[in-house]
Design a protein around this ligand. Structure first.
Ligand code: AMP
Ligand code: MN
Ligand code: ZN
Length: 892
């Protein structure tokens, strides 16, 4: 089965083939020029000298009028002017534009002539654009393969859907059928999609063909259906509920629901014997049903349960969804073809488990790896007794293992895989796509027969090889769907694949962009490739554009969400640019010439007159030699200068007034005590009153722009905007910090309360059972929607209420920080419960554990604890932070 991981990686390399071949064919592009470059160079040179010459002409006003008093000059001007107009008129005619520039009668004046020239320029430029597009392989006239009645889709040619060599001349590339205006099927899903950064929990709640019953976790509707995050309770309580539930069931939750059945499945004797291949019916003579109602689905299930084998395939869409959507299920029996609209019947598909998990029915797939995962993820469907023809093809050592190859090999059917990457969300499903989808399963049972025969023949009728295929297939059906989990390290994994070394700033940008993209993709339920394709993310990280416009320039075409959030992205890039570079990196950049030192006139803005430092003084100094140490106000701290040299190029230095000094690195923060942190936070909340006079670090002014007053004004206004954005961000951060502090106080109070509870628990031996009873009654009593205190009260036996009251005291004294302000040593806390290992003794209610749940929240969002981000982590933090969007999602 082909990997779907690189789906979006390469849709920018549109131009590869076409533009290059053009040149080679023609030999000489224009007479006298060996290639486009030579022609362009010449053309630009000509234009430049013409521009220069025209600028050198006597100016209208005094000079011109003076010269014009000489008849020779006048004559010369007129003849030259006429010649020019003639030339222009010819060019315009050549391009089919209005061309009466020279006809005095038809023109009222210079203005109209000017308009004519402008119009013609537009026409010519437009034409040049079209031709360039064509050369790039974007042919605007050619209609892509698309079912009748659909809008011409955007053509995206990407490397992974390109046909290999020898595929014939029919079509060099596949086209991704990307219909516009497809309504998002997610909108009508009965169950909201869970894009939260928490591990996937199986969807199954009824287990047909069970030899081992489904664990209570899945059958208890109360638990299943009332997700704590959907309850109308405060976040802390939702987390508590969630944690309690998951602790009890952690083993069940992540196990394969049919593990036991699959482990005990042995291949039936008859499945290892040589069959008589049963020829498929011609497709035209085969009954076909499109199933999009529950009634039909139930009937289909009945039918399937009576068979001994059927073939299955899925079609999937992954571009406009975070996790992906299964759009179709094709099923073929020996007699009939079915296509199920799985977008429509998504919540009902589970009923097919009756046939799918029946060990006496063989389910034939081709390349089932992804299908097995999609079935679990979207429908809670599992397969018991799978036969994968792809595995058979491998065992037989066939030339290729794709379905088209098997179709060709066994059925002499030429399949057209062009629709494989069509937008399978399209409804009603066009006939062409129905045909294509049917082909994927129609022949599969016959192929199943054939490969079985061959596998036995291959092995002198010994069942060993065939058995190995059954085993491999079983392994595939044991696969578990794993949700993509974002961790602090995820970006590194992707970055390593890029095979490009990035410096500290670039890597920071990559990390920040990666996090932004992941968050937005989950929130908007879009693929990360839709939000920001990796190659664009790379480009932005490498170039670190100084302006929002630069970010846009890194993206072609610009993804809609990038356009929408370009300011946020710009702030991220800015943040990355502020990272200190390692000395080696600075040196490397210098040798590469990547960091031209900014010129002072670019840098400076404000009331201080710095003009006495001339441009030439600075230009040729290396960063280390910049005159940073001038002036009493400037710091002499060497280390700090290393950091800042890059971006300040000389005149900006950290202020001596340390109150307004920027925070240092994160590492430094770690070693601070809580009290020191607090002090720092207060200090940080001060705004440097001189800030407005400091040169902004990010605004780049084009050298020529300084002559253009309007552009200067533009830059200035933009700079102020950026500064105000920065300031707003700072303020937001300060607010966030304040909030976090408040939370910490609350947490401490809870901690106290829990300590009290624990000591109470120790004094009561039977407390666990009482607690459990209480919890049990709480579960069945349907009182989940009660407020925090009510919930806690329920879980706690009566006598503790008194204790609780006393324990609440610290909460009341919150206002007096001296009392409650006790630095907490997090290194001592046991965070194992959030880590990968399943805790064995997790069935008991343990107030300390619950406590840890609260502790975890202590970590500010930005610096999530790594151990909590492990694959198996039940990161409530993420769940919680996602809750905000869950409630009002989807927004469209
Ligand atoms: P298939 O099993 O060939 O019908 O493919 C099932 C689904 O997998 C298709 O609907 C596509 O969404 C996806 N798919 C198949 N091949 C590729 C590929 N080469 N690249 C990306 N996605 C693919
Ligand atoms: Mn498939
Ligand atoms: Zn298919």
């Amino acid at each position: 089965m082909k990997s779907t991981k690189n789906r979006y990686s390469a849709n920018s390399c549109r131009q590869d083939s076409n533009s290059e071949t053009n040149e080679e064919e023609n030999g000489e592009l224009c007479p006298g020029f060996k290639d486009v470059d030579a022609f362009v160079k010449y053309g630009l040179g000509a234009v430049l000298s013409a521009t220069k010459a025209s600028a050198g002409l006597p100016q209208a006003g005094d000079e011109y009028d003076f010269y014009r008093s000489f008849p020779g000059f006048q004559e010369f001007c007129e003849s030259q002017g006429d010649g020019l107009l003639h030339c222009m008129s010819q060019i315009m005619q050549h391009h089919g534009c209005r061309s009466h520039v020279r006809d005095q009668n038809k023109l009222t004046g210079l203005e109209e002539r000017f308009d004519l020239v402008v119009d013609s320029n537009d026409v010519i430029l437009e034409r040049a654009g079209i031709l360039l597009d064509e050369a790039d392989g974007v042919n605007r006239n050619q209609q892509p393969v698309m079912p009748a009645g659909f809008q011409p889709p955007k053509i995206v040619v990407s490397s992974w859907n390109r046909k290999g060599p020898g595929s014939g001349s029919r079509s060099e590339t596949f086209r991704l059928l990307h219909a516009k205006n497809v309504t998002r099927p997610q909108l009508k899903f009965k169950e909201r999609i869970d894009n939260s950064n928490t591990p996937f929990i199986p969807k199954i709640f009824i287990k047909p063909n069970a030899r081992k019953p489904l664990p209570a976790y899945f059958t208890n509707k109360q638990i299943r259906k009332e997700r704590p995050e959907d309850l109308d309770v405060p976040a802390a309580l939702a987390d508590l509920i969630h944690q309690q539930r998951t602790q009890e069931h952690v083993d069940d939750m992540f196990a394969h629901p049919y593990q036991y059945e699959l482990d005990h499945l042995s291949t039936q004797e008859k499945l290892l014997s040589k069959p008589e291949p049963q020829m498929y019916k011609p497709m035209a003579e085969t009954k076909f049903s499109f199933i999009d109602s529950l009634e039909d689905l139930v009937a289909l299930n009945e039918k399937l349960c009576k068979l001994s084998e059927f073939a299955v395939d899925l079609e999937h869409h992954s571009y406009r969804s975070f996790l992906g959507l299964t759009c179709l299920m094709q099923i073929s029996t020996r007699e009939e073809d079915f296509i199920i609209d799985t977008l429509e019947l998504r919540s009902e598909m589970y009923i097919l488990n009756e046939a799918f998990t029946d060990p006496s029915i063989v389910k034939v797939f081709h390349g089932a790896d992804s299908d097995i995962e999609w079935l679990q993820r979207d429908f809670g469907l599992y397969v018991v007794n799978l036969f994968d023809t792809h595995q058979a093809s491998r065992a037989l050592n066939l030339a290729r293992h794709s379905l088209d190859h098997l179709l060709k090999h066994f059925c002499s059917v030429d399949s057209d895989k062009r629709y494989q990457l069509a937008d399978w969300r399209i409804r009603p499903l066009p006939d062409e796509m129905v045909q294509y989808a049917r082909t994927d399963t129609h022949y599969l049972l016959y192929i199943y027969d054939c490969v079985k025969v061959q596998l036995l023949d291959f092995n002198h009728s010994q069942p060993g090889l065939l058995q190995s295929v059954w085993n491999k297939s079983k392994d595939i059906s044991l696969k578990k769907y794993v949700k993509p989990i974002y961790t602090e390290e995820s970006y590194l994994e992707l970055q390593r694949k890029q095979k490009k070394s990035l410096n500290t700033q670039q890597l920071t940008a990559f990390r920040l962009l990666f996090a932004w993209r992941d968050k937005l993709a989950r929130q908007e339920d879009e693929s990360t490739g839709f939000v920001l394709p990796t190659h664009m993310m790379n480009k932005i990280s490498e170039e670190l554009p100084k302006e929002p416009q630069g970010i846009i320039a890194c993206c072609n075409p610009v993804p809609p969400l990038v356009r929408q959030q370009v300011n946020e992205l710009h702030l991220l890039v800015q943040q990355a640019r502020e990272m200190p570079l390692l000395k080696a990196e600075i040196a490397a950049q210098k040798t590469k010439g990547l960091t031209p030192i900014k010129k002072p006139e670019v840098m400076l803005f404000g009331p201080h007159d710095t003009s006495r430092v001339s441009e030439s003084d600075l230009l040729h100094l290396s960063p280390g030699e910049l005159p940073v140490k001038q002036g009493m106000l400037f710091s002499e701290d060497e280390h700090k200068m290393d950091i800042d040299v890059q971006k300040t190029s000389g005149l900006l230095a950290p202020a001596k007034i340390t109150l307004f000094q920027e925070v240092e690195t994160k590492d430094a923060q770690k070693s601070l005590s809580v009290a020191q942190m607090k002090a720092r936070q207060i200090t940080e909340s001060f705004q440097n009153p001189f800030r407005m006079y400091l040169p902004s670090k990010d605004v780049h002014v084009n050298k020529n722009a300084k002559f253009d007053p309007s552009s200067k004004i533009f830059e200035i206004s933009k700079r102020w905007k950026l500064q105000s954005i920065e300031q707003q961000q700072k303020e937001m951060e300060a607010k966030k910090k304040a909030k976090e502090e408040a939370k910490e106080q609350a947490r401490k109070a809870t901690e106290e309360r829990n300590k009290a509870k624990q000591s109470y628990q120790e004094s009561l031996q039977n407390v666990v059972t009482v607690r459990q009873q209480a919890a049990e009654s709480a579960k069945s009593g349907g009182k989940k929607r009660e407020r925090v205190d009510g919930e806690v009260g329920e879980l706690t036996p009566k006598p503790s209420k008194k204790l609780m009251k006393s324990a609440e005291k610290p909460q009341k004294t919150e206002a007096t920080p001296q009392e409650s302000f006790k630095p907490f040593d997090y290194s001592q806390s046991d965070l194992k419960v959030f880590a990968g290992t399943k805790s064995k003794d997790s069935t008991q209610f343990d107030p300390n554990r619950q406590d840890e749940g609260f502790k975890k929240k202590k970590f500010p969002k930005g610096q999530k604890n790594n151990s909590a981000a492990g694959n198996r982590s039940m990161s409530f933090l993420a769940g919680k932070s996602d809750r905000g969007f869950r409630h009002n999602w989807p927004k469209r």
